[in-house]
Design a protein around this ligand. Sequence first.
Ligand code: COA
Length: 156
Amino acid sequence: MGPDGWERVRAIRLRALREDPDAFGTTLAQDAVRPPEVWRERLAGGATATFLVRSAGADVGLAVGSPFRGREGAAGLFAMWVAPEARGKGVGDRLVEAVVLWARSIGYERVLLEVADENAAAIKLYERHGFAPTGRTGTLPAPRTHVREHERCLEL
Ligand SMILES: CC(C)(COP(=O)(O)OP(=O)(O)OC[C@H]1O[C@@H](n2cnc3c(N)ncnc32)[C@H](O)[C@@H]1OP(=O)(O)O)[C@@H](O)C(=O)NCCC(=O)NCCS
């Protein structure tokens, strides 16, 4: 997606944060107040790549590839979300593939992500694509520190 698609990206991102808040570190309150310039800037072709899946005229999937802060040579897979009405049909597979291809094309050495320990559907998806646990653990930011996460890595 490029800058002109910012309203579509914002709409699906806010829906994701509203419907599955514990899957993400960012909150709905944080993203809902970001001005249009911030959304456009993120889509302007810098270090971040944003992918949408559209099906039957509706946006049903979102994923973002971006540098993984503080980790040399690593891209991050972020914001992965598939609308409930489109789950279990391989949309998640297409999104993972898109971010991995993007990371390879830039020359990253690995892709990292963080997934909540309770999120069986996402863990299964990432395992299928070869993402293995690194042993690093963490939690979502306060007040959601009860949501524990494991980091996973795909070496490219
Ligand atoms: C995790 C998620 C992205 C998977 O998307 P998806 O397109 O359904 O992915 P897949 O089609 O590969 O299905 C993944 C698994 O979901 C489960 N699943 C199957 N049908 C499903 C349905 N109708 N509804 C929910 N889950 C279903 C299955 O375990 C499936 O694996 P399997 O088909 O190999 O048995 C999606 O469930 C989602 O957006 N969840 C909420 C947000 C989230 O957790 N994001 C990840 C943050 S790290």
